[in-house]
Every structure is written in C-alpha cells, then in structure tokens.
Ligand binder design. Structure first.
Ligand SMILES: Cc1ncc(COP(=O)(O)O)c(C=O)c1O
Length: 364
C-alpha cells in the first residue's frame, strides 16, 4: 500500500524549535534565543492564558458557543457580517478552506517567489497547480499590481502577502484594488495579512464591500502570541460567505483557542506592546546589524548576509536561532524575527560577531 503520488508536494520547513536545537547542541533551552518563526517574544496575553485555564475543565464538549462568540466579535471588529468570518486552525486552515471553496482539479493559483510555502502546498493537496510571480531582491521585493499582472494568466486564485514573508514588503491598498479590478471575474485575490498588525497600511478588509473577489487572511499566531493554539481566520465577501458551512472541517477551532482569542482581542495593551516592540526591533536591526537589510513592515527583518546557511549555523552555536532563507530560494539571506529589546540586542551582537568571524575566515 502506498499513498497517492506525493512527489510534487514538498514538505513544509518550519523554523527550528528551541527544545530541538538545545538537545542537538547539549544546551539549556533557556539559554537560546529563538528568532526563527516570527513568534511573539512577549508570549500570549496573560488574559488569554487565564481564559484557557478557566475553560480547561470544559474541553470534553465540542466547541459551539465559543466559536459563535469569537466569530461575532471578529465580525464586529471589522464591521462585516458574521458569515464573512471563517474561523480556522491558524491562517493555514483558512488557506485550505479557500482552496476547498475555489479550486476544481487542475485549477491554477499564482503565488510570489520567494514566498510563503503553504499556499502552493494547499493548492496541490486540492489537485490544483501553481504558477509564480517574481519579487526581486534588486527591487527590494517591491509589490505592485503590474508585477503580479505581468505573470497573471487567468489563475483561479492570486495570493498577495502583505507584509510579505520573508521580505517584509507591503502591497498598498491602491495596488491591491488595481489588481482585483484587473483580474478576470472568476479570480479570487487573497491578501494574506498574517503580519497586518505590525504594518502601517490599512487592512484590505476595507475593500470587501466594493469587491466580491478579495479575501483577507488574519491570524492570532503573531501579534496576539497564540501560535501554539492554531487559531486564525479569513474575512470573505458577503456574496459567498455562506460557502464556509460547506467546506470547513467540523468544529474547526478548539474551545481553548476560541476562548483565548476572545481574551486576547480584549487585551489591547498586550497587542500594542507587541507591535511597539516589533517596530523598535526592526529599526534596531536595520541600524545596528553589519549586513544590508530590507525595509520590513512585519515582526522580522530579512538580512543579506552572504552564506545564510553558514551564518545561521554559527549563530545557532552561539545560542541565537535565525531562519536560513535557503528554503525560500534566498541562500544569501537570513530572516531574523524581532525579539524583546534584550533579545534583539544580544542577537545583533552575536550575528555581528559571526559575520566578522566568517569574513575573517574568508580572507585568511
Ligand atoms: C505569510 C504567512 N501566512 C500565514 C501564516 C500561517 O500562520 P498561522 O497558520 O500560524 O496562523 C504564516 C506563518 O508563519 C505566514 O508567515
């Protein structure tokens, strides 16, 4: 017995976990600074943690009211109907729901290269095919409608990641509007705003009233610090919001996840602090790292360090885990998530030492 032919499906390569790296290096996990997965260095909101505790004894029951309450709260936040909010296990889950709702076998999607791997993976699971549009280092990964439309060939879904992972660049709402108006009527433009809270740009949710071919992805994994709970959502146009009932996995979001997300939404101080730290840290990285960096609107900074694998490995030996971007097709770059002020300062000192040592070695 074998599964179906999965040779076209590349496995997702996550940033390495603290325990995993500590075990490999024989270090105490508490001595490591993990800046490889764009997580929240402040952790979750204490109110979210308390909500999980409070509702722990009820987890033998399928989630119902919590799902309804969270959907309503998010709909209120964005001033949309409840039906337009598709809760899911992380934004990744929403990518799957959109694939299920949109793709017939052999339909094509268009994604950025480099870019977030899961769009392509999800499309392939749903028997779809994947084309790419380039975002280039030479243009600082600039995102324009024209750049996407140059590659566009009637694909069923077009993904825009704003802020973009791994570069941090954004597509302005004016450009998203141009794109949505230029594509065929049967093409959905998905704007992935997993890092939206860290950016200055207004959310593309504001475009949904006037455009029925735009969907927006959001997550609680980043600014809200709930990555381990797997909770995110899509906001879709009212015209086809009811498709959720036909495509979602039953009980798509767990009771603790919904309760924690409700508490996290109410804890505005925690989100503001998280965003403020990320903004400070990305400025600090840009100013203090001895390598060129790209302007970022996210909670991470892409740096051109030369040999990314060597730099990431050497930094890891010194206790700082950053993301080698070779798997994104950028073997010259590492992506550094923004840490607390202390973590970020230590990471910059460590990386600068590593860069200097590798530089010396190269000239020896
Ligand atoms: C651009 C982008 N979209 C979506 C996700 C998925 O986030 P999650 O499934 O944790 O909500 C990530 C995670 O890193 C991401 O970088």
């Amino acid at each position: 017995m074998q599964p179906r032919d999965l040779s076209a499906h590349s496995p997702y390569v996550p940033g390495r976990g603290v325990e995993e790296v500590a075990r490999d290096l024989g270090l105490d996990p508490n001595d490591l600074i993990k800046l490889s997965s764009n997580e929240n260095p402040h952790g979750a909101s204490p109110d979210a943690v308390e909500a999980i505790r409070r509702h722990a004894s009820g987890v033998h029951v399928y989630p119902k009211a919590a799902h309804t309450d969270l959907t309503a709260r998010i709909a209120e936040k964005w001033d949309v109907d409840d039906e337009q909010v598709w809760l899911s296990p992380g934004a990744d889950g929403s990518i799957d729901y959109l694939s299920r709702a949109m793709l017939e076998p052999e339909d094509r999607i268009l994604v950025s290269d480099p870019g977030f791997a899961y769009y392509a993976m999800s499309a392939r699971y749903h028997h779809g095919e994947v084309n790419t549009y380039p975002l280039t280092r030479e243009d600082d990964f600039e995102q324009t409608a024209a750049g996407v439309l140059d590659a566009y060939d009637g694909e069923r879904m077009v993904y825009v990641t704003s802020p973009h992972n791994p570069s941090g660049s954004v597509m302005s709402l004016a450009e998203v509007t141009t794109l949505a108006e230029a594509v065929d009527s049967g093409t959905l433009v998905v704007v992935d705003e997993a890092y939206g809270e860290f950016a200055d740009e207004e959310s593309a949710v504001s475009l949904l009233d006037a455009h029925d071919n735009i969907a927006v992805l959001r997550t609680f994994s980043k600014a809200y610090g709930l990555a381990g709970l797997r909770i995110g959502y899509a906001v879709v146009p009212a015209a086809w919001g009811d498709a959720y009932a036909r495509v979602n996995t039953p009980f798509a979001a767990s009771e603790p996840a919904c309760r924690a997300a409700l508490a996290a939404l109410a804890d505005t101080d925690h989100v503001e602090r998280s965003v403020e730290t990320a903004r400070w840290a990305r400025e600090y990285l840009a100013a203090e790292l001895d390598a060129p960096t790209f302007e970022s609107a996210g909670n991470f900074v892409l740096a051109a360090v030369g040999d990314a694998a060597a730099v990431a490995e050497a930094a890891q030996r010194e206790g700082v885990i950053v993301r080698d971007c070779t798997s994104f097709g950028l073997p010259g770059c590492v992506r550094i998530s923004t840490g607390t002020r202390e973590e970020t300062r230590t990471a910059v000192d460590t990386l600068n030492d590593v860069l200097a040592t590798l530089e010396l070695g190269a000239h020896a």
